[in-house]
Design a protein around this ligand. Structure first.
Ligand code: GTP
Length: 343
């Protein structure tokens, strides 16, 4: 099988420690997170809490473990919120901010940050992924295989939402197919949004808005310069509400993630849900598989299921709300089923 041509790097303890050299990483945190609206209208995805801690903290902590000393945050949308949360240094890592005037996609921000990245191989990570990838081991694998780019790959049961690889021989990725149908999918190994790149790649990325997945990786694959690093651990991209809830469930040890500033009546039942700060929930209310933003008041005897409720919402007593998406600053007085409420 061609797929077996890829060297299968198990997450062997200690190998990562071999790569002692310091490294740099660029984090892509400037997207609009449209699939997480309305929660993302007011907050960048990288600051969404997972088990009450912003997802960006998990990424930076994991980078610090891999001896990463400098991180470039590629920012655009909500840049000020990211800067004021992270500051100049975190977990011993020096932070730089590379500000885009307009969204540059997933490739343009790397080109824009050329001055920080041109010296030696560096990492690029999507800022919305929860994983335990050993970045030092990835970098070591990248160097040993003399690739221009090494993609971390994750095996999933449904690859259709992702960039999927077709394996070639000699550790190479032969083709890279973005969001194929099930029939077209050449394997079930997907781009996990974490790359090791050689600085020479900077010369191949055009100026302006560029998708690295669609415009850069296919060309490298055709030139036999794209390699894969198989990752076997937990991995979740928090891009849509159900996966955001899934990521939270993976980490938390409790029934739900409730910010400590919330006031929850002891007779309320909250399961598989995420509740951001300053929310009040009344007695005999049952909340299941739902994300609730900040400063929300939820009355008594309410059932809320499979919904997303944005900031500053008031929900009256005795209601049933299922599969609803509720925009900020609204007062809800009627039952809602499978609807988006904007005004
Ligand atoms: P959707 O609109 O819901 O697709 O979300 P998104 O804008 O975050 O796009 P996507 O999930 O494809 O982005 C993957 C990663 O790239 C995320 O970490 C984004 O923050 C980041 N990203 C996407 N577009 C840009 C951009 O124009 N500039 C920067 N700096 N990062 C971006």
């Amino acid at each position: 099988q061609a797929e077996d041509g890829i060297r299968d790097v198990e997450r062997s303890r200690g190998l990562g420690d071999v790569y002692k050299r310091q490294m740099k990483a660029l984090l892509l945190v400037g997207g609009y997170a449209t699939r997480l609206r309305p929660l993302s209208l007011d907050r960048p995805k990288c600051l969404f809490p997972v088990d009450n801690k912003p997802i960006i903290d998990y990424l930076i902590e994991n980078l610090a473990k891999a001896n990463c000393t400098e991180v470039v945050l590629a920012v655009n949308n909500h840049a000020e919120k990211i800067k004021s949360y992270l500051g100049e240094e975190k977990h011993g890592i020096k932070l730089h901010y590379s500000q885009e005037d307009q969204p540059l996609g997933t490739g343009g921000p790397i080109k824009l940050a050329t001055n920080y990245l041109q010296d030696e191989p560096f990492l690029v990570l999507n800022g919305d992924i929860l994983s335990w990838i050993d970045y030092a081991e990835l970098m070591q694998h990248h160097k040993e295989n003399h690739a221009t780019a090494t993609l971390t790959l994750k095996q999933v049961s449904d690859p259709t939402r992702y960039g999927v690889v077709r394996f070639g021989e000699n550790d190479s990725i032969q083709e890279f197919v973005e969001k194929p149908t099930r029939e077209q999918a050449p394997s079930n190994w997907i781009n996990a949004g974490c790359y090791a790149l050689n600085p020479e790649i900077l010369n191949t990325i055009p100026e302006g808005k560029v998708s690295i997945e669609r415009q850069v990786f296919p060309k490298l694959a055709a030139q036999n310069k794209l390699k894969g690093y198989k990752y076997h651990g937990d991995w979740i991209d928090i891009g849509v509400p159900s996966d955001y809830l899934g990521a939270d469930k993976l980490i938390r040890k409790t029934q739900a993630s409730i910010n400590p500033t919330c006031i929850i009546h002891p007779n309320a039942t909250i399961t598989d849900s995420i509740i951001w700060g300053n929310t009040t929930i009344g007695p005999h209310t049952i909340i299941t598989s739902t994300i609730i933003g900040r400063n929300t008041m939820i009355g008594h005897h309410i059932s809320i299921k499979n919904s997303v409720i944005a900031d500053n919402t008031i929900i009256d007593h005795n209601l049933i709300i299922t599969e609803a998406t509720i925009y900020p600053n609204l007062h809800i007085e009627t039952n809602i089923k499978n609807r988006e409420i904007k005004t």
